[in-house]
Design a protein around this ligand. Structure first.
Ligand SMILES: C[S@@+](CC[C@H](N)C(=O)[O-])C[C@H]1O[C@@H](n2cnc3c(N)ncnc32)[C@H](O)[C@@H]1O
Length: 242
């Protein structure tokens, strides 16, 4: 699902006088205009997402950086982001749980928007999210446990959305989840492809909910939300008794 970056060709007319201002051929000019149009459309489509209510403050606008498809970045659509964030807030409602978001920056942004006081750490590969200050931890799933020691066994709620649908990637992310979760009671949520159903059950004891995550860009893969707890009426319930 990667897309090659297209840059405009600069085949400037080279037989022009040195004194003349540089000029682009009509072909190069058309390519440049197309490139600039795509850039501005991409920014308009992806930079901010409206949430209910309008205005500023919690429940208003959630700012997102532009998707970088080379990093397998596909942001949730606003309804999905709100639904998953609401689920996490429900889990935290009676206790001051610490929440870890592994490779799901949209969820981090919605959680903070809906409850600025929530304790949430974003583990992410894309350093643009350093904008979140000490809430950001650089994370590469290939170094699954190369993380600050203060994060170890600190989180009662862990949500993960691995960048790839491979067995190897889910195994590595499983190691990260084990590093992060408090060994006693913890809530795990995994957003990934239907193809990971059996592995999610084997590795982490997770089962699919009826709620279907969606993305702002249309994806070919069927996505699911897996949990290690029965969500009851929420998230459409578990798909089947487990
Ligand atoms: C499928 S996207 C999940 C994003 C989620 N749908 C959201 O809206 O927040 C995968 C995420 O993995 C991150 N990522 C890419 N390469 C990674 C790596 N080597 N290690 C950890 N995370 C990586 C991407 O930056 C991206 O945020």
């Amino acid at each position: 699902m990667e897309e090659e970056l297209r840059t405009p060709k600069t085949d400037a007319v080279d037989d022009a006088d040195d004194d003349d201002p540089p000029a682009l051929s009509s072909h190069a000019l058309a390519a440049l205009q197309e490139f600039l149009k795509e850039q501005s459309q991409s920014l308009a489509n992806h930079e901010t997402v409206e949430t209910e209510g309008g205005g500023t403050g919690p429940g208003s606008e959630v700012a997102l950086v532009t998707e970088d498809w080379r990093l397998s970045q596909f942001w949730y659509d606003p309804e999905t982001a709100r639904t998953v964030a609401q689920e996490v807030l429900s889990l935290c409602s009676d206790s001051n749980y610490n929440v870890a978001c592994i490779a799901c920056p949209t969820l981090y942004a919605y959680l903070k928007n809906m409850d600025p006081n929530i304790s949430v750490q974003l583990l992410e590969y894309d350093k643009r999210f350093e904008q979140y200050g000490s809430d950001f931890t650089f994370y590469d799933y290939n170094q699954s446990e190369d993380l600050p020691l203060e994060l170890k066994h600190t989180y009662q709620v862990v949500v993960a959305d691995p960048p790839y649908l491979s067995k190897e990637c889910l195994e590595k992310v499983t190691q990260t989840i084990s590093f992060l979760v408090q060994p006693q009671k913890s809530y795990l949520l995994l957003l990934t492809g239907e193809v990971q159903r059996d592995r999610a059950a084997e590795l982490l004891g997770l089962y699919p909910c009826n709620f279907r995550p969606r993305h702002s860009s249309k994806l070919g893969n069927e996505f699911r939300l897996f949990t290690n707890y029965d969500p009851g009426e929420r998230l459409g319930g578990w798909e089947q008794e487990n």
